[in-house]
Design a protein around this ligand. Structure first.
Ligand SMILES: *[C@@H]1O[C@H](CO)[C@@H](O)[C@H](O)[C@H]1NC(C)=O
Ligand SMILES: *[C@@H]1O[C@H](CO)[C@@H](O)[C@H](O)[C@H]1NC(C)=O
Length: 494
């Protein structure tokens, strides 16, 4: 230790007072700030700095100057700072390791900052820097000499991870290509409310009106999110859904259509939703445009259920009409154990769909979704579902195998759907910010065509939900594994 410290002082002396041809730049200790939603690592600007790369690990020290869990090369300074931001939520007592690489007056410098312990995660509040009392040995800075030749060319090769510019943006902010911009592993016992929010509402935001009340919690079990739909009042008589009055009050999260999504008084054929389920989203915390989403999940099994693994638009940029602003499905099945059209086409849980939804009509629902089928119901085991969304197309994978693409140009292909798309980009309406949604739904008017054999309700009937409920003896027993289970969600910049 002593020799190390001595050596460092020797370098400092050599660098700053020795007979070197260039003056010495000393990389300052990186500063960590906890943001409302994520964190920022920064160093102050100094004349001569051309660009700065941050490599950041959470709870894992660097062995050398290897790429970090988060990394990015920043090419412009802002407000006299060079900073890197991530939407990763840090916890109290997380230890943040940072090494910084600075291009300064055509020379490269890099230094390991002292570890920073997160002591106070109040957004916007001060973060504590435990390094302030630590010895200086980790703040070594050295002109990169032996391992890395002194760089003098205009475009120096990058140490650590190169930041190639990415198509992906987060609220119009650029990030590095390939960067993991969102990761949720569902560790712990409670959903992280800084990233996910529960929806509490009767779904009437679009015409689908699935037969569900979203007003229950998910469970986190051994690192897996579990959302399990339940029958209203279990097996009690219809009176519950026919006579009860529902008012979600201030807990209601609907903002599209609060008059009908926050309360309901059953009358005549109109009933309360017969199924209770959970639905969560990242709208308040994480939205992005273009990227690759990867979800490892076990889909629900049970008649008339379907999983929600969605990207939904942050704002209804293209109007209020249902799906005018689009929806993307990372993975979708009709969870029925057996489901066929009258023509005999298999449409149950062995057929996986993914892609775009632009129509509220059940019989055109799949128009912009790719599909693949297998012998086993997709809800039998966990699979890795992925959606890659760029400015030309959507591309769908399951377990690393591509099963289809959906090209943009929707304005042309879906002529008459929405003229606003025609005046926008090729990928419209998928050229805006979207957020993640996870959940389980049942029935509804938009996902099960009236062409399916033994479907107990007609999509145009006001009695749809009631008829679905009345038929429960025939479908209830198929809900052997009705939960959606999600091991992780990751989003990468592309
Ligand atoms: C770096 O370059 C700037 C501008 O050319 C100059 O003012 C400064 O002295 C240089 N610093 C060092 C340490 O060489
Ligand atoms: C799967 O996609 C093909 C091509 O778009 C389509 O013709 C077929 O009807 C789809 N199959 C199912 C089961 O949806």
């Amino acid at each position: 230790m002593r020799s190390c410290v001595t050596l460092v002082f020797f370098f400092i002396w050599l660098c700053c007072f020795g007979n070197l041809t260039v003056m010495c730049y000393k990389i300052p200790q990186a500063k960590l700030e906890i943001l409302q939603n994520g964190f920022r690592v920064s160093i102050p600007h100094e004349t001569g700095i051309e660009n700065v790369a941050f490599n950041i690990n959470r709870n894992r020290p660097f062995k050398g100057f290897e790429p970090g869990e988060f990394s990015g090369r920043i090419r412009t300074q802002a407000a006299n700072q060079w900073f890197f931001e991530s939407q990763r939520h840090l916890q109290d007592d997380d230890i943040i390791y940072v090494w910084t690489d600075v291009q300064y007056n055509k020379s490269r410098y890099r230094s390991m900052s002292s570890p920073i312990t997160v002591r106070q995660t109040t957004p916007g509040g001060p973060s504590q820097h435990s390094n302030e009392v630590q010895p200086a040995f980790t703040t070594e800075r050295s002109r990169v000499t032996s391992e890395e030749p002194l760089i003098t060319s205009k475009k120096p090769p990058i140490i650590g991870e190169e930041c190639e510019s990415s198509l992906t943006t987060i609220r119009n902010r650029n990030i590095c290509k390939g960067q993991l911009i969102f990761e949720e592993n569902f560790d712990g016992t409670e959903l992280d409310s800084s990233r996910w929010r529960y929806e509490v509402r009767l779904p009437l935001d679009v015409a689908d009106a699935e037969f569900v009340l979203y007003d229950t919690n998910a469970e986190l079990i051994n690192g897996v999110l579990k959302i399990e739909p339940r029958l209203w009042g279990n097996d009690s008589p219809d009176t519950n859904i026919r006579r009860g009055h529902l008012n979600l009050g201030t807990r209601c999260t609907a903002n599209q259509n609060p008059q009908v999504e926050c309360q309901r008084q059953p009358f005549g054929q109109v009933v309360l939703p017969p199924v209770l389920s959970a639905r969560i989203n990242t709208k308040h915390a994480f939205t992005f445009k273009y990227g690759r989403v990867e979800v490892r999940a076990k889909l629900p099994q049970g008649d008339w259920l379907f999983p929600l693994l969605l990207l939904e638009p942050l704002v209804n940029f293209y109007g209020q009409h249902p799906y005018a602003s689009g929806q993307m499905r990372i993975a979708f099945i009709r969870s029925n154990l057996n489901l066929r059209t009258r023509e005999g086409v298999e449409e149950g849980g062995r057929v996986l769909h993914g892609g775009a939804v632009l129509s509220s009509e059940a019989n055109t629902r799949d128009t912009f979704m790719a599909n693949t089928s297998q012998d086993q119901h997709f809800g039998e085991t966990f699979h890795i579902y992925s959606l890659t969304w760029n400015d030309r197309q959507l591309s769908l994978d399951v377990d690393g195998k591509n099963y289809g693409t959906v090209d943009g140009g929707f304005a042309q292909k879906a002529n008459g759907y929405n003229n606003a798309w025609a005046n926008s980009n090729y990928m419209a309406p998928f050229d805006q910010e979207f957020f993640l949604t996870l959940g389980v739904a049942a029935g509804g008017h938009g996902d099960f065509s009236d062409d399916y054999v033994s479907k107990p309700w007609a999509n145009t009937s006001p009695k749809a939900a009631l008829n679905f409920w009345r038929n429960r003896q025939s479908w209830k027993s198929t809900w052997t594994s009705p939960a959606l289970q999600v091991d992780y969600v990751r989003v990468y910049a592309i």
